[in-house]
Write a protein that binds this ligand. Sequence first.
Ligand code: COA
Length: 173
Amino acid sequence: MTTLRPFTCDDMYKFNNVNLDPLTETYGLSFYMQYLAHWPEYFQVAESPSGDIMGYIMGKAEGHGDNWHGHVTALTVSPDYRRLGLAASLMNFLEDVSERKRAYFVDLFVRVSNKVAINMYNNLGYIVYRTVLEYYSGDPDEDAYDMRKACSRDVKQKSVIPLTHPVRPEDID
Ligand SMILES: CC(C)(COP(=O)(O)OP(=O)(O)OC[C@H]1O[C@@H](n2cnc3c(N)ncnc32)[C@H](O)[C@@H]1OP(=O)(O)O)[C@@H](O)C(=O)NCCC(=O)NCCS
């Protein structure tokens, strides 16, 4: 059985099996601590009965006015536990938290080459809102899709009308 529970500091000693994935960003300790301190309700882990970390989601709430939204900063599932619906459950959890915070939408950034994740987000109801040019540094840099799903507060679904032109990272608010 899988347990969904809040992420704790100790989990940072145990999540290597998940973070070794090349599409999973590993951040500095202070970055995780900042999320734990500010948005603990958005940081959830899926744990196996034997105590393995199967996957986790880390996010936050941000923005002003009708840009108030939930944001997925990291979502990853260990290769051993994929296609079991874990990512869908973690996303569902984050969307529920965002609904309770009266957010207008949930968004995330994903590499344009990450077809598996883009397909999954599409299947969960997300659309490509805009392309962010050279969002990911590397050799070469890679563009990101900023994907969005409207929350119930956005009755007219204004937050998910796609932009017709790409933007640069410095233009993201
Ligand atoms: C993307 C990722 C999080 C999906 O995790 P997961 O737990 O396997 O996903 P789920 O089982 O919840 O899948 C939900 C749906 O997404 C789609 N999907 C997920 N993985 C898929 C795959 N490999 N091929 C095709 N569709 C896939 C399916 O529609 C699936 O529903 P179904 O199994 O009923 O058909 C996981 O592959 C991963 O951690 N990848 C590396 C990190 C990453 O890319 N994170 C996202 C960065 S933005």
